[in-house]
Write a protein that binds this ligand. Structure first.
Ligand SMILES: Cc1ncc(COP(=O)(O)O)c(C=O)c1O
Length: 469
């Protein structure tokens, strides 16, 4: 096996990592092994993977049942084109998911990543209206600071200028709705706002805009209950209930992007279970395969799919080479087995409670602004302990916490100056306690260091420096 220095050298010479400038990247740790919630590097150091490897790993790394399922399947059927053929893994996976979803969601369109699941939903919504005599419905509504992926369709419904401003001229027509998340800056801790009333001013904004644009609007896309890349911002379920009702009235389709929130991450199997609402499209990826292989789904209703039948040709001309890859489907089925046999949701509940208690106890801590959580997701904003205001963006407070966390055997990945945890459902109480104590030590240490350094010269630039996902 190549040595760390050698790998890092070739990496620096040849590779271009996502969301990263080659010149400014510090040599990344070289990971060679992963088990449970830990990642090992070439030197034998390990790190707590507190963000589930980009929100994918659900049961921890190297779960024996997933390993068995993948190795068995690759020997039987590695891949087959899914246009013209089917296979029992895709049918069984769809059947099992159908049993877990509201019964209206009964048409399963496979692809391979979160962005492609969103892309398919957008195109389906657009073509559905064209196929049903409403070709003028070409606009999409989405939240401010929304993130739905990096392919162009997904960028078209993104509200994150940090990422997508360079592509402004390539974006199709869409408009932004205020998100029902906490106001910025917030004076108190958000904690878990899902049961709170819907903020009336935000709802008025959404309702007015959607009514005004109804004739031109094909669909509205939301991340249900929590905006993730925006900063792990949970919001009241009541917003989704009102949105469902209004969109039915206005013939606007609703797309739920559960790419990040699906598979237990928010405390229920899907976020929609908690909201008690049914969208026209549900996008799933990341945790779908248990977090081991690319696999995605756009689930929709018979009402939508029937609009693509018959003549003149109304087919949905869209597909990807690895659609419904059998090995990925085998992993997804094994993941569902783990959920069922091991009673994952029930067993995760006490750890989730402890996670929330720890985070709630941090509210008001020097160096921490808003504290919030939902399910196995939690986040804090970094602030100056002296002034209790945001840091100057040039200080890169979040990045400094990230680097320090790696030294301490922890992955605290920042979203700007927000530090978050996106834990696997398999995390145990003992590990959680260590993770949270270490996290607080790292954050407090960096906040103290920054306070000692004092302010930078020149104008204070607002915090919210470009995010690293
Ligand atoms: C809500 C949401 N949708 C879509 C995506 C895109 O998924 P992928 O990176 O698999 O394309 C992400 C990725 O973080 C996401 O958080």
């Amino acid at each position: 096996m190549q040595k760390r220095i050698e790998v890092q050298k070739i990496d620096h010479q040849l590779l271009w990592h996502p969301f990263t400038q080659r010149s400014s990247a510090f040599p990344p740790p070289v990971i060679v092994k992963a088990r449970g919630i830990k990642l090992w590097d070439t030197e034998g150091h390990w790190y707590y993977d507190t963000i589930s490897s980009w929100w994918t790993s659900v049961h921890g790394h190297g779960h024996p049942a997933l390993v068995r399922a993948v190795s068995r399947q690759i020997k039987r059927l590695d891949h087959v084109n899914f246009s013209g053929f089917t296979h029992p893994l895709a049918t069984e996976l769809s059947r099992r998911l159908y049993l877990r979803l509201p019964q209206e969601l009964s048409r399963f369109f496979y692809s391979d990543d979160g962005s492609t699941a969103v892309e398919a939903a957008i195109k389906l919504a657009f073509q559905y209206h064209a196929n049903t005599g409403n070709p003028q419905k070409t606009q999409f509504a989405h939240f401010e600071n929304s993130y739905h992926g990096d392919t162009l369709g997904a960028v078209g419904v993104s509200g994150l200028d940090d990422f997508h401003a360079p592509f402004e001229k390539l974006k199709f027509s869409s408009y932004r709705l205020k998100a029902p998340v906490r106001p910025v800056p917030t004076t108190s801790c958000t904690l878990n706002p899902v049961g709170n009333p819907c903020p009336e001013d935000v709802w008025r904004d959404s309702e007015t805009r959607l009514r005004a644009e109804a004739d031109r609007t094909a669909a509205v896309i939301v991340e249900p209950l929590i905006q993730c890349v925006a900063g792990m911002l949970p919001y009241p379920a009541e917003y989704l209930k009102r949105l469902e009702k209004l969109c039915k009235e206005l013939n606007i389709l609703v797309i739920y992007d559960e790419v990040a929130t699906g598979f237990g991450r928010t405390g229920t199997f899907f976020a929609l279970d908690q909201a008690g609402t049914v969208p026209d499209f549900l996008c799933l990826a990341k945790g779908l395969s248990g977090g081991v292989l690319p696999l995605a789904l756009t689930v929709t209703t018979p009402q939508i799919s029937s609009a693509f039948e018959g003549f003149p040709v109304r087919t949905f001309f869209h597909g990807h080479s690895y659609t419904a890859n059998p090995i990925a489907c085998a992993a997804a089925l094994a993941s569902l087995d783990i959920f069922e046999r091991k009673k994952v949701m029930e067993k995760a509940a006490p750890v989730r409670k402890l996670f929330h208690e720890i985070l709630a106890s941090w509210c008001g801590h020097a160096g921490l602004g808003d504290v919030r959580f939902l399910g196995h997701i939690g986040a804090v904003d970094l602030i100056s302990p002296l002034t209790r205001t945001s840091w100057d963006a040039r200080l890169k407070a979040g990045q400094r916490v990230y680097r320090k966390s790696l030294e301490k055997g922890l992955v605290l990945r920042p979203l700007g100056d927000t530090i978050y945890w996106f834990l696997p459902l398999s995390v145990r109480e003992k590990d959680l306690g260590i993770i949270m104590q270490r996290s607080l030590d790292v954050i407090t240490g960096v906040m103290e260091e920054l306070s000692k350094e004092g302010p930078l010269d020149g104008n204070n630039t607002p915090s919210g420096s470009p995010r690293d996902v």
